[in-house]
Design a protein around this ligand. Sequence first.
Ligand code: HEC
Ligand code: HEC
Length: 338
Amino acid sequence: MKTVFVLGCVLAAGVAVLLAQMGPQHGRMMGGRMGMMHGFRPLPASFENEANPETESKVELGRMLYFEKRLSKSGQVSCNSCHDLATYGVDNQATSTGHNGQKGSRNSPTVYNAAGEFAQFWDGRAQTVEEQAKGPMLNPVEMALVSGDEAAAILKRYPEYVKRFGEAFPGEADPVTFDNAARAIGAFERKLVTPSKWDRFLKGDQDALTEQERMGFHTFMHTGCASCHSGTLVGGGSFQKLGAEKAYPDSSDTGRHQVTKNAQDRMMFKVPSLRNVEKTGPYFHNGKVGKLEEAVAQMAEYQLGTKLKQEEVESIVAWLKTLTGAPPAELIREPKLP
Ligand code: HEC
Ligand code: HEC
């Protein structure tokens, strides 16, 4: 408890210095109206889950399964096909290509830091990364297996997997199961954390950000972006309506509404984390916007009902780029598979 409190004070001091540097007027405004409410905090070392404790053997198994193409009907598609760890956890396509070259209807979000979000998928239909991991293996346009039992049967063909499941899930009579595969992948994903310049800044290194980048944060706050994109992940904490101030022109995908069927959930989408957003385009659930500048301008228009000047867009983008980070190279290297 004490460390949490001390950390909070350090952060409050860091943001206070930032506000002071922005001038008394901005400082007052942000300190009062917005201030620390938004909970910008540095990333943890991993997003731990008590229900799925991280062990070295489990994480390593998860890393292998993440790259395992034999967990797909064609033997050609793995998690890494659409969430390439070498390219910031995305495929950089508008919508992903899965089994038999079929196109899905949504843009693939990054797996980096996803474990820290309050829900998974654009519509939040899974809670945790462990729960999420089962979806793609059985999705007919993604990896297209017929059942979880099929996944377990595939893995049981390889003595090395049988041995590794035994080590990762000790004491279980039949450890090679679909649920355990998802747990292992989840444990691996919980370590896909990408600290950046922004974290160094939040931890008190005032020189981590240039003046232009600090001004960019100010523009972001001043514009009102943080009313939705806040917290450690600068997003990933709520569902919000796409088109909050001005109707969004593409309503072919109604988002959360497709899960709940409630009219009030129409066009509600998970607010994505903006960590690594510089690298994760094309943007939005439909992947329709290629340039980050354009995505920022559209957000101001549809979510806030304002039109940003070109220099304001550029300022925000300068700060967004400070959110680009990387996990340890050792963690994301392609493993040798049995
Ligand atoms: C064919 C491409 C494809 C494959 C293969 C695939 N995914 Fe995805 N993934 C997507 C798409 C597209 C979405 C968004 C779908 C949606 O929101 O409805 C997504 C969403 C996710 C999310 C949610 C992230 C967030 O911010 O909401 C995670 C985590 C994830 N995938 C992990 C995995 C894992 C683990 C595997 C392997 C077991 C995998 N994916 C396989 C395309 C793919
Ligand atoms: C009212 C809530 C809200 C506000 C305010 C808001 N956003 Fe968003 N933002 C969202 C939602 C919801 C999405 C996901 C939209 C979708 O379905 O594609 C999003 C998506 C984005 C994306 C695309 C990310 C990706 O991975 O595709 C960027 C970039 C972005 N916002 C930046 C901003 C900026 C910059 C501002 C301020 C000008 C802002 N947002 C204001 C809710 C908001």
